[in-house]
Ligand binder design. Structure first.
Ligand SMILES: [Ca+2]
Length: 249
């Protein structure tokens, strides 16, 4: 159940805390908490988070029953996929202030808002490693569509790409065939229902296809997700790591 009282307390606690947290539910968190403390209230737990950079603490869970305050370094949309993830309704996500000129639902220059994310499709088709570095140079990572809405955003980007396809930040784990982890740091990505016809096919003997692109309609290939080798060249679709705004179109 939501605890609006905790939100209110946070808003009243300090000027710096005001508006800095929002409740996300449900949200899946990848891996263990990065830090665990004892705290007397959600306010003091939130202030412990505030003492870190947004990259170090993206939000927290406070358990009033035993006073446990857990800080996390990444929050993710959608349901948990593997057992190392947890789905919680008690996560307080930190908001990262927008530049005043950008506004709440805006994105930095070059990026556009879609399903709450800031996305930017780059013009040149490059291999996956170069695509990753080009996004990183923009303070972003390759896009990781987790929800249906985010997948539609990525498919729309692919439709406007010259190659009719975009690289995503999904990589198949070497030791776990069929499990794909995301460049957003949120762990395994839901893949069911996303694949194009006859995909993933791993490219046949001697070919490692462990990267994922999204193909639009209008090519000889089936629309949807395809696995490809890292050396294939597609246009990168970048996503700002800290730009998620729930409620923004
Ligand atoms: Ca394939």
């Amino acid at each position: 159940m939501a605890r609006p009282g905790a939100v209110l307390l946070l808003l009243l606690a300090t000027a710096s805390a005001a508006g800095r947290y929002r409740r996300l539910h449900p949200v899946s968190l990848h891996g263990p908490a990065v830090k665990t403390f004892s705290a007397t209230s959600a306010v003091s737990c939130g202030l412990r988070c505030e003492a870190h950079t947004p990259q170090q603490c993206s939000g927290f869970i406070y358990a009033p029953d035993d006073g446990t305050c857990r800080l996390f370094s990444g929050d993710c949309r959608g349901p948990a996929v593997v057992s190392s993830q947890q789905t919680t309704e008690h996560y307080m996500a930190r908001s990262v202030p927008s530049e005043p000129a950008v506004g709440r639902c805006g994105c930095p220059a070059g990026f556009h808002r879609c399903a709450g994310r800031c996305l930017r499709q780059l013009d040149l088709a490059v291999n996956h490693t170069t695509a990753e570095s080009q996004c990183a140079a923009l303070g972003a990572h390759l896009a990781v569509p987790r929800s249906d809405e985010e997948n539609q955003c990525a498919a729309a980007a692919a439709a406007t790409a010259g190659t009719k396809a975009v690289w995503t930040g999904l990589i198949e784990l070497p030791a776990m065939e069929g499990v794909y982890t995301g460049a957003d740091g949120c762990g395994a990505v839901p893949v069911q229902g996303r694949w194009a016809s006859l995909q993933p096919d791993d490219g046949g003997p001697g070919v490692a296809e462990d990267r994922v692109l999204i193909m639009s309609t209008g090519t000889v290939h089936a629309a949807g997700w395809h696995d490809n080798p890292a050396g294939a060249r597609w246009q990168p679709l970048c996503q700002l790591a800290l730009g998620y705004r729930p409620g923004c179109p």
